[in-house]
Write a protein that binds this ligand. Structure first.
Ligand code: ADP
Length: 267
């Protein structure tokens, strides 16, 4: 059988997996991201922190093409996400191109977003079968491996409404991984959970961070978790990265007054 952690498209070795180049995003008069430059290297676990409204979720939504940049470009594994080079010029990309590049990216949302009318197993196999063209048998075998990884082997035939929020979120993680993305985007994945269910989800994510080579880009208010799993922490304020560094530096000796102020409010 195939290596369960193999990706659809192998990453460019050790290189940049994500690059934002002068990305501006406005909602009406509100400039949420202002010529933002940042990059994430393949295999790294990067956490975005910063006050509410500073543009963190917008970055993840841009990567999922749930919203588009007003200016600037985004590259994923060396390919432009929403642009294509045609006749030596950079032009808005056709949907087919966008879909192809986006296959590299998986996302887990705050509110799970499972298909309520499908069993857990089918939630996980649906996209690999319909989007990647995987055989049903292969998709099911892979789904069962992933259910084991997230500690839900016994829930394959259950329906989402019968599961706790924490279990639903673990299914959502398995579903995202089933597409073999190179990068997993995690948007406040524990903030809709009852407090007693948070640790189980974070443990699964810690395990995935340790045991796979997947790149992770997380937005979280769980600073203990951010400290544990991150290689790099980026502090956002008003749509810009104002400070970045290792978790030890960012949580132990932040340089920027804004970072210190933010951390003292949330820690
Ligand atoms: P964060 O994740 O850091 O809390 P967001 O990226 O969610 O920040 O939001 C940044 C800003 O963009 C906020 O001011 C928010 O109100 C605004 N915003 C986000 N999405 C939309 C939208 N679809 N329409 C209008 N404004 C939006």
């Amino acid at each position: 059988m195939k290596d369960p952690d193999a990706h659809a498209n192998p990453p460019v070795d050790g290189g940049e997996l994500i690059r934002f180049d002068k990305v501006t995003k406005r909602f009406g008069d509100n400039t949420v991201l202002d010529r933002l430059d940042f990059s994430v290297e393949s295999g790294r676990h990067v956490t975005l922190i910063g006050p509410s409204g500073s543009g963190k979720t917008t970055i993840l939504r841009l990567l999922m093409t749930l919203t588009r940049p007003d200016e600037g470009t985004i590259k994923v594994n060396g390919d432009y996400l929403t642009h294509e080079e045609r006749g030596g010029k950079l032009v808005p990309a056709r949907e087919k191109h966008v879909r192809e590049v986006r296959k590299n990216i998986g996302m887990v949302f705050q509110h799970f977003n499972l298909f309520p009318n499908m069993s857990v197993l089918r939630n996980i196999t649906e996209a690999p079968v319909t989007v990647l063209g995987m055989s049903k048998d292969e998709a099911e075998a892979r789904a069962r491996e992933l259910l084991e990884l997230v500690g839900l082997s016994d829930k394959a035939d259950a329906y989402p409404t019968r599961l706790s929020g924490g279990q639903q979120q673990r299914v959502a993680i398995a579903r995202a991984l089933a597409m073999r993305p190179q990068v997993l985007l995690l948007d406040e994945v524990t903030s809709a959970l009852d407090p007693e269910l948070v640790a189980g989800v974070l443990d699964v994510l810690r395990d995935i961070a340790r045991s796979t080579d997947i790149t992770m880009l997380c937005v979280t208010h769980e600073m203990g978790f951010a400290r544990d799993i991150s290689d790099q922490v980026l502090m956002f304020d008003s749509g810009r990265v104002i400070e970045s560094g290792s978790p030890d530096k960012m949580f132990g000796e932040p340089e920027h007054a804004r970072t210190r102020e933010f951390l003292s409010a949330v820690l």
